[in-house]
Design a protein around this ligand. Structure first.
Ligand SMILES: [Zn+2]
Length: 393
């Protein structure tokens, strides 16, 4: 069916979804599954082929007859630019449409340099990486960016980010999009980590919580397989929930008693410093724990219990099937998980923990860039977007 108003081919996107999911591969299977007339199907397949969204392959038939033509989703049809910008370091990647990483870079760059300097660096980095991998800007279908603060997802603008001077309300999508010529999607870093982990490592989980413990603490929520951002994009900000053990501690947000003020990487580094152990950030804490420093080990176990205390209530409230732990501090692995599990299993309701898995992130420090790519891929391959991309020939 042609949509005369905008020249797009309605229904091509839905067909691509079927091929991506592997529900059908040949014309005969597609006709059977969709009930489409052969001529309509042919027109939609032609449109998808013209944009290289699919590629034809020969399917051997077991009976020995003539091979049938099958169609498969072409992951190499476009490339995605993905960036996970943290407080002090960044990871940047180019991926295909199946989140396979084609090129990747990590760099030490502080977000407090402000938006223009940081984004100019990002633009240069993307351009260099495209050149290195032999791709050009025409092949880029979208750019995904994660930022270490609250973001209004619809506009892609940061909203009062506490550790990002100069970024409040900055038009990130317009700035990058006008220079790189592709749509730009922006979200909070923990949200994209949750997306990445869910897509790549836990696709079977309907309800998942990704907890990031690094310089700060936050969580991304997958509810019914979709990211739950909340009314203002502030959902999952567990770092500023009040905990009893922190009542004498002032948080960087100005309140007293926040979880982040006792259990984040920076809080632990400060406590170690006060005890005469040299540590300036989360990575120092992890290094000390791995080296067997007793004070650091005790501190991280206690941090696990503190975070577990908050998560125990969240488990009762939200009933996730998986809790994934990520961020710099998660690299301390079992020491942190031990404290966390101890409290969650003893404090949450048995029904809620019966089938609950608590685990470390499988993607590790790649969760953010993979999630940024997923955010773009889901947008670009949404049936409506694909319909728009295939114009009547
Ligand atoms: Zn706080």
């Amino acid at each position: 069916m042609l949509n005369e108003a905008n020249g797009s081919i309605a229904g091509a996107g839905a067909l691509l979804k079927i091929l991506r999911d592997g529900q059908a591969r040949t014309r005969a299977e597609l006709v059977q599954l969709t009930g489409l007339a052969r001529s309509t199907l042919a027109q939609r397949l032609e449109a998808l082929l013209s944009q290289q969204w699919i590629i034809p392959t020969e399917e051997a038939i077991s009976s020995g007859g003539r091979p049938a033509i099958a169609f498969t989703f072409n992951r190499a049809a476009r490339v995605v630019l993905a960036a996970d910008l943290g407080a002090t370091h960044a990871r940047v990647a180019i991926t295909d449409l199946g989140t396979e990483v084609l090129a990747e870079r990590a760099a030490e760059i502080s977000i407090d340099r402000g938006p223009e300097e940081t984004l100019a660096w990002l633009q240069r980095t993307f351009e260099e990486m495209l050149a290195e991998t032999g791709h050009d800007l025409d092949e880029v279908c979208g750019i995904g960016v994660g930022l270490p603060g609250p973001v209004e997802h619809s506009s892609g603008r940061p909203v009062n980010p506490p550790i990002m001077p100069g970024w409040d309300g900055f038009p990130v999508p317009e700035w990058l999009g006008s220079r790189l010529g592709a749509p730009v999607l922006v979200d909070n870093d923990v949200n994209i980590m949750a997306l990445g982990e869910h897509w790549a490592a836990r696709p079977e989980a309907d309800h998942l919580i990704f907890v990031k413990i690094g310089t700060g603490i936050g969580c991304g929520i997958i509810s019914d397989r979709r990211l739950h951002r909340g009314a203002q994009g502030a959902a999952g900000d567990i770092g500023h929930i009040r905990v009893a053990s922190a009542l004498d501690t002032v948080c960087r947000c100005g309140n007293i008693g926040c979880l982040e003020a006792v259990a984040s990487g920076s809080a632990m580094a400060a406590r170690l410093c006060a005890a005469g152990v040299e540590a300036s950030d989360s990575r120092d804490v992890v290094r000390l724990v791995r080296g067997g420093n007793t004070q650091a080990v005790q501190l991280i176990r206690q941090a696990g219990r503190e975070v577990g205390d908050v998560l125990a209530s969240i488990v009762n409230f939200f009933n996730p099937s998986v809790i994934v732990l990520g961020g710099d501090i998660a690299e301390a692995g079992e020491q942190l998980l031990a404290g966390l599990r101890e409290v969650i299993y003893s404090r949450s309701l048995p029904l809620a923990t019966q089938h609950l898995t608590i685990t470390a992130s499988e993607l590790g420090d790649r969760a953010g860039v993979i999630g940024a790519a997923v955010m773009v891929i889901e947008h670009v391959l949404a049936p409506g977007s694909v319909d728009q991309s295939v114009i009547r020939l």
